[in-house]
Ligand binder design. Structure first.
Ligand SMILES: Cc1ncc(COP(=O)(O)O)c(C=O)c1O
Length: 400
């Protein structure tokens, strides 16, 4: 066979998708699988958003739009960033993409040159290292240990900065950790970025999913100097249960956004026109805040229950995450032990045996760079959570 792209041969397939594909297959075979693997809200997209999409279709909003997105949505994003974070952006500083993931892809393509390093906390969202590599950069990991609430220690972050560092990637609230950086930490991160002249890529897709009165602080809001070097990425997927609609956005310096727009104009053109109009409703409809608040209330209840139950099970422990909809379960005490004669050497063994024996799908932490952890999503009904946790309990009882 003729040689393939060396750059892209090094890109791994998403492990999270592999496990969920297996779980889906089992479900399709009629098996009663409980899925804790998914990274998407289980709620339906709110009806006022669907209505806006129907209206867009009926009024013929079915043509190409500007590659960087319709004016109405870019304006809605500007207003949102102003009212939520006090941030001033002009339309030229906003790009609408096919999901936040696409915005992140564009951002790394726009700012990286070969050999540039991007600092990422570990455990990390599966796509981050690959997105950086696709941009020609090198991911550099800083441990976010459970001892530090699954966040980076600021001293470790500082130590990781080299002459080749181009950007620091921050994801707060975080997938998979569920951790939320506080103001003091974000101020330190911003200070380091200014001192070392680095970009900040701030993935804020879970911003609305915070609990216990915690506050999400947008990095860019920490001062003009910080905003000028920040590429803020967000989207409608997680906040409004719109994962399938594929709308995300980025706000940043015009020079960066303009490279991102040029790239996008050749690679994909505009994101889906109907989904863009629906997203205007998501960001501006008077019922939005209340609808999101109701979902957050449900997530909080599920989180409390899940964390409490898991910590009662022998051999397992987890922290109580302040945001997003994931729990990181520590299985360290069960490693090197056996389930019905089969040895559990790492998170993949744990996840595979659990799926086979009890039909519960979880994501092995190795996908996020942490083999002693398992990620459970509580973006599923309380019934499923109750049932799934009982099965996990039966499973771990058999591990000796
Ligand atoms: C941290 C993080 N960023 C970005 C995304 C991508 O979201 P979108 O659906 O907007 O592409 C996800 C989705 O799983 C995520 O967990």
């Amino acid at each position: 066979m003729m040689e393939l792209s060396r750059k892209h041969l090094s890109i791994s397939k998403s492990l999270t998708l592999a496990i969920s594909a297996k779980a889906k297959e089992m479900k399709a075979d009629g098996l009663d699988v409980i899925g804790f693997g998914v990274g998407e809200p289980d709620f339906p997209t709110p009806s006022f958003i669907i209505a806006a999409a129907k209206e867009a279709l009926d009024s013929g909003k079915t043509r190409y739009t500007a590659a960087a997105g319709i004016k109405e949505l870019r304006e809605a994003v500007c207003r949102k960033l102003k009212s939520d974070h006090g941030l001033d952006y002009r339309q030229e500083e906003i790009i609408i993409s096919n999901g936040a993931k696409h915005s992140l892809y564009n951002a790394f393509q726009a700012i990286l040159n070969p050999g540039d390093q991007v600092i990422i906390q570990s455990p990390y969202w599966v796509s981050y290292p690959e997105l950086v590599k696709m941009g020609g950069g090198k991911p550099v990991f800083v441990e976010a240990s459970e001892q530090n609430d699954l966040k980076m220690k600021m001293a470790d972050l500082e130590k990781a900065i080299t002459a080749s560092t181009k950007a620091i990637l921050i994801n707060s609230p975080s997938n998979p950790n569920g951790s939320v950086y506080n103001r003091a930490e974000l101020e330190r991160i911003a200070e380091l970025a200014v001192e070392h002249d680095l970009y900040l890529v701030s993935d804020e897709v879970y911003e609305k999913l915070v609990y216990d009165g915690l506050e999400h602080i947008s990095l860019a809001s920490l001062g003009k100097e910080v905003q000028d070097r920040t590429i803020l990425v967000n989207g409608v997927s997680k906040t409004f249960a719109m994962t399938g609609w594929r709308i995300g956005y980025a706000a940043g310096p015009e020079a960066v956004i303009s490279v991102m727009s040029n790239l996008q104009s050749h690679a994909t053109s505009n994101p889906n026109s109907i989904a863009q109009y629906a997203s205007v409703a998501a960001l501006t409809h008077p019922a939005s805040d209340e609808t999101v608040a109701k979902m957050v209330e449900q997530f909080a209840k599920r989180r409390d229950y899940m964390v409490e139950q898991l910590n009662l099970m022998a051999g397992l422990s987890c922290l109580k995450p302040g945001g997003a909809f994931y729990v990181m379960l520590n299985i360290q005490d069960l490693l090197a032990k056996k389930y019905q004669g089969q040895r559990i050497d790492g998170s993949i063994d744990f996840a595979n045996l659990l799926l086979k024996a009890e039909k519960v799908a979880v994501v092995p932490g190795i996908a996020f760079g942490a083999d002693h952890l398992i990620r459970l999503s509580y973006a599923t009904s309380m019934d499923n959570i109750e049932k799934g946790l009982k099965r996990i309990e039966s499973f771990v009882k058999e591990i000796v």
